[in-house]
Design a protein around this ligand. Structure first.
Ligand code: ADP
Length: 160
């Protein structure tokens, strides 16, 4: 069984992330979305909220699982019995950043990293930018699943 871990912050989960997950399910028997809970990064949504939003954004089918990630991604992948890591690439800077991590993960645990090129429409899409647009009152509905859109609006209103 080919299993892959797709790890990230997903703060919040965007249509770009969703497209990567959907395409990964064509390549793997199971895809585990691993939601990072890096204490040093301040996030709009808590890790539990991000897990919940991702679960509600996905089509109900058995191939995708969502879990919290703490500790090393390679250890998590090992616990899950996954042999692959999936990453999305938007541009050369993503690649520069990712290739060092991929090399380390291969060295640490022989884990293969599979890169999926972002769809042309997703290349400018970044969670950080969407948060800025939403905070300034912009409409992010073309870029995120409807459930995420609603949650972002509620967060922004709660902050005001
Ligand atoms: P991280 O904190 O690891 O950068 P992100 O949530 O920003 O987490 O992204 C997780 C993964 O999804 C990374 O591989 C990133 O390159 C990829 N990704 C982010 N946005 C997009 C997008 N719009 N299209 C395709 N891949 C993306």
């Amino acid at each position: 069984m080919r299993k892959a871990v797709y790890a990230g912050s997903f703060d919040p989960f965007t249509n770009g992330h969703l497209a990567i997950v959907e395409r990964a399910t064509n390549l793997f028997d199971e895809v585990i979305i691993a939601v990072g809970q890096n204490q040093s990064k301040s996030t709009l949504f808590s890790a539990a909220e991000r897990v919940n939003l991702i679960e509600r954004s996905l089509a109900p089918e058995g191939k995708v699982k969502v879990a919290l990630l703490s500790g090393l991604t390679v250890d998590f992948a090992h616990q899950q019995g996954a042999q692959y890591l999936v990453r999305g690439l938007r541009n050369g800077s993503d690649f520069d950043y990712e290739q060092r991590i991929a090399a380390m993960n291969y060295q640490l645990a022989g884990l293969e990293t599979v890169y999926l090129q972002a769809r042309p429409t997703d290349q400018m899409l970044a969670s950080s930018m969407l948060k800025e647009v939403a905070a300034a009152g912009g409409d992010i509905s073309p870029f995120v699943p409807p459930i995420v859109m609603q949650a972002v609006i509620e967060k922004m209103e709660a902050r005001d």
